[in-house]
Design a protein around this ligand. Sequence first.
Ligand code: COS
Length: 380
Amino acid sequence: MNGFELNDDQQAARDAAREFAQKRLKPLAQSFDEEEAIGREVYKEAAELGFFGLSTPEQYGGLGLDMVAYACVMEEIARASASFQICLTVHNSLASGAIIRAGNDEQKKRFLPKMASGEWIGAYCLSEPGSGSDAGSLTTAAVLDGDHYVLNGTKAWVSSAGFADVFIVFVSTDRSKGGRGVSCLIVEKNLPGMTLGKKEKKMGVRGSDTREISFKDTRVPKANLLGVQDEGFKIALAILDSGRIGIAAQATGIAQAALDEALAYAKERKQFGKTLAEFQATQFKLADMALGVEASRLLTWRAAHVFGKGRATREASMAKLFASETANKVAFQAVQIHGGNGYIREFAVERYYRDARITEIYEGTSEIQRLVIARELLRG
Ligand code: COS
């Protein structure tokens, strides 16, 4: 990013994502929602475009994009399908991102090329049935036994769980130390003792596959420890900074899509002998919606830009908080402008309204974002 302009690489990434999203994803997005699944061919096509290795360094088969380009791609994908975007953002920023940040050479060589090509899909397992916002209180235990960790416990709300190949799993290696006794492991699928829960029936992003994963005496090689034992919680939080930029971009994409639909509908629909767009009541709504979308995008690009230079905890939380609250407001008004039609599934705004809701919850609730921002401010 150069000032407020995208550079050539960022613009090219945005254009490629927009073309794929508008031509391929948008026409299918409603069926992803209804069927609560996304066809394998969509993953394959996205993989061919390099979307599973967006920020993965080129030496490991990725596109090596900077974080601003990444945010642009994520917004365009979400503008067409938030369900598909959540798989991509979790895979890129949380799963591959953890290995890029904390992996050793061997781990990078073993996992990143197959993840960048889309052959292996990544998932991220931090939350548990009893630990969400208080992530450091997780209880899934990992006990060292020879050259393996033995895992017992359950992870909750794992995106892409049903078909993921590589799970980044946060475990407690020392319960007495809380968050300072958390470690991070790379867990490959189908290990003995690993069980997938039922696919959750969700309000929105219904095309994404969300499940619990349980471990019963599951043995994971010690070589799959990411970083240092007992220092995994810092990896979790640092990685969430980039994850939150992905969710800010998702929320911006949903809001942009809702605004697009509201504008088109307002210009077409007539009441009292005039189009809705001719009423000031509609114009003021549209103006506020557009303002929110632009501000969300700029905060997201700003967070992405800062992340590329170093720690962006405050900026990522600000972008995520503002963009997700904006997406909810914009989708609400898009439904309002559509009136009765906005409440039925033939109109996409009904889905945007449901999809927007989760952006204020996952990867840290709005309340947690406020807490993080306040802590960063008060730290000085
Ligand atoms: N980057 C790097 N390190 C970070 C960090 C960041 N963004 N944020 C915190 N840390 C470090 C801290 O400096 C601290 O290090 P020390 O042990 O050396 O002091 C350590 O990580 C623990 O941080 P902290 O003490 O702030 O942890 P808390 O238990 O107080 O929890 C919150 C912090 C509440 C912010 C955290 O639990 C959180 O983000 N919760 C929401 C979880 C979430 O988003 N879940 C969604 C899961 S994905 S669907």
